[in-house]
Write a protein that binds this ligand. Structure first.
Ligand code: ZN
Ligand code: ZN
Length: 232
């Protein structure tokens, strides 16, 4: 009897209404955000067309000064949100506390923002083997897995590797970040896709992404997109 009850409970859990992750209100859709909280997310509305750096409203140019001076090694960054509350909290919960529901929500937001694009291959930003052992999961890979399933896009989870363990970029001043990741990545085989998307949760100065994209460019990628949930 108890077994049947627990089975019934499990069955019912699927039918129970979902609740908004941020305010607790019941929601009728799979996103786990109520319409109000969804609307109030820190959407990135005006940003550089190339690197998604936030720009003031009604910018005079479509590109930021940095991209105008020196075009980055990627074609485009897709970032639906600012790295600001409550998005920063969700990313933190996912990345450092293993909050899988937060990860699912972030992946859904990224999937919705990238529907117009159809790369041949998704490449998550890799963690070094030692860091992966410490943390248990690579949050970029988990995001990529969910997007790969939802969007039916091929995922390369072992092609791109981090061959050098580097201090986390967020702990370094901007001026040291490029040198920190130089030569830190490698490809373990030929890149067969021409149009690729590199995935991560957040992009700050973009030095890690640029290092990876330079590598992909040298390996023959013709169109490189960067997909991140949030832009700092
Ligand atoms: Zn809500
Ligand atoms: Zn830019």
């Amino acid at each position: 009897m108890e077994k049947v009850y627990s089975w019934l409970r499990t069955g019912l859990d699927w039918l129970l209404p979902l609740h908004c992750r941020l305010c607790g209100e019941q929601v009728a859709w799979e996103l786990e955000l109520c319409p109000g909280c969804y609307r109030d997310l820190p959407w990135l509305k005006t940003a550089c067309r190339r690197c998604a750096e936030p720009l003031p409203a009604e910018p005079q140019t479509l590109l930021c000064g940095r991209c105008l001076r020196r075009p980055p090694p990627f074609d485009r960054v897709i970032a639906p949100l600012h790295f600001a509350p409550p998005v920063d909290g969700l990313i933190h919960a996912y990345k450092f506390h293993g909050d899988l529901a937060a990860g699912r929500l972030l992946a859904n937001l990224l999937a919705a923002a990238t529907t117009a694009s159809r790369p041949e291959l998704l490449l998550p930003v890799p963690l070094h083997a030692r860091r992966l052992r410490q943390r248990g999961v690579n949050q970029s890979l988990e995001l990529a897995r969910q997007l790969s399933r939802q969007r039916r896009l091929p995922l390369a989870d072992r092609l791109l590797v981090r061959c050098r363990d580097t201090p986390p970029q967020r702990l370094l001043p901007a001026s040291e970040r490029r040198a920190n990741v130089r030569g830190a990545f490698a490809l373990r085989g030929p890149l067969s896709a021409r149009h690729v998307a590199v995935l991560d949760d957040v992009m700050t100065t973009g030095q890690t992404m640029m290092e990876i994209c330079r590598l992909l460019r040298r390996a023959g990628a013709a169109r490189i997109e960067v997909w991140v949930v949030a832009r700092a």
